[in-house]
Design a protein around this ligand. Structure first.
Ligand code: TYM
Length: 329
């Protein structure tokens, strides 16, 4: 049985990128694996949420994960800040993480550029905390989207380094994982780049039909194909990529053929895409609202998850402390 761990930063609601990048697999794997699912609320502090936002966002993500089908009786669903063993492992791993390598990570460099007024130490050591999340359960597989590939590579590096330093093959080397060979990147509707919360281009599972249709109808397109079988431009490829995950294969094929024969009408493509997304999100949205209003159930899920997660985490931390050389008198 393998240990699988998936995480999400609670900075808003779940969008299609989160779902197809990090959750879909997880649902299929719950029964055959030892699955952990957690809400990375410490990570979200890098953006300084208000106390109220912090709590609401954790609650939203928790409700959404339950609504898409995570089963708290089967998987371990927990909030990162309920497991004090994680920050302790983070502290220990920080001693073997070097400033130079942390400064060179793409996500850190992006943040330095995009938020020069808030380049905090938490951002710099973000990959170390992420490694602690993964290594605390000695995870084999980590379902993530393409954007987290480098963070996963850092976690692998820290695990190897620890093993070498103490000459002890203690940590497994975690694999980034998705259903195909490739990690998934769900694009946004703004013509280029990925769908993301900070990009402001998300299609959320919770979006009301009217809002969702508007977002899709406003998606960036191009002037249309001018000759048969011309290469597909990025904005149109992005719409096809989303269609690939929400629509029936023959729907996608229909529009690709229309494109290739220069008969495509982007309005029709968008209408179809919006309806296919809604078909998928409608039942989920209803469940989210039901679950979010059941505070007692949420409390129970979180308490159960914290207990299970701490049982695994405290075992790892005890081993790690002993390997490092902490001994009681
Ligand atoms: P976050 O919260 O930005 O995203 C959560 C998960 O969703 C995936 N994802 C995507 N996948 C495909 N296409 C997209 N457009 C897209 N947008 C987001 C992300 O790859 C991620 O898997 N640092 C992490 C949270 C985290 C974590 C961890 C993840 C903290 N500790 C340990 C795994 C293991 C983050 O900010 O993801």
């Amino acid at each position: 049985m393998e240990t699988v761990l998936s995480g999400i930063r609670p900075t808003g609601n779940l969008h299609l990128g989160n779902y197809f990048g990090a959750v879909k697999n997880f649902l299929r794997m719950q029964n055959e694996n030892n699955c952990y699912f957690f809400i990375a609320d410490y990570h979200s502090l890098t953006t300084h949420p208000t106390p109220e936002n912090l709590h609401n966002n954790v609650k939203n993500v928790l409700s959404e994960y339950l609504a898409v089908g995570l089963d708290p009786e089967v998987a371990t669903i927990y909030v990162q800040s309920d497991v004090p063993e994680i920050p302790e492992l983070y502290l220990l791993l920080n001693m073997n993480a070097y400033i130079g390598e942390l400064e060179r990570t793409t996500s850190f460099k992006d943040k330095v550029r995009s938020q020069p007024d808030n380049v905090n130490a938490g951002l710099l050591t973000y990959p170390v905390l992420m490694a602690a999340d993964i290594l605390i359960h000695n995870a084999d597989k980590v379902p993530v989207g393409k954007d987290q590939e480098q963070n996963l590579e850092m976690a692998r590096k820290f695990a190897r380094r620890f093993n070498q330093m103490y000459n002890h093959e203690y940590f497994k080397i975690p694999q980034a994982y998705n259903f195909g060979a490739e990690l998934v990147k769900i694009p946004g509707l703004d013509g280029s780049g990925k769908m993301g919360k900070s990009e402001g281009n998300g299609i959320y599972l919770i979006d009301e039909p009217k809002v969702l249709r508007q977002k899709v109808m406003r998606a960036v397109t191009d002037a249309g194909p001018t000759q048969m079988n011309s290469p597909i431009s990025e904005p149109i490829q992005n719409l096809f990529d989303i269609m690939k995950v929400v629509s029936a294969p023959d729907t996608l094929q229909f529009f690709v053929e229309k494109y290739n024969s220069c008969e495509i009408r982007y309005g029709d493509l968008k209408k179809q895409l919006a309806e296919d997304i809604l078909n998928f999100t409608n039942p989920i949205r209803e469940r989210i609202n039901d679950i979010a209003s059941n505070e007692e159930y949420l409390r129970k899920v979180v308490a159960m998850g914290a207990e299970k997660a701490r049982a695994s985490a405290s075992k790892t931390l005890k081993d790690v402390r002993s390997i490092i050389g902490f001994k009681s008198f």
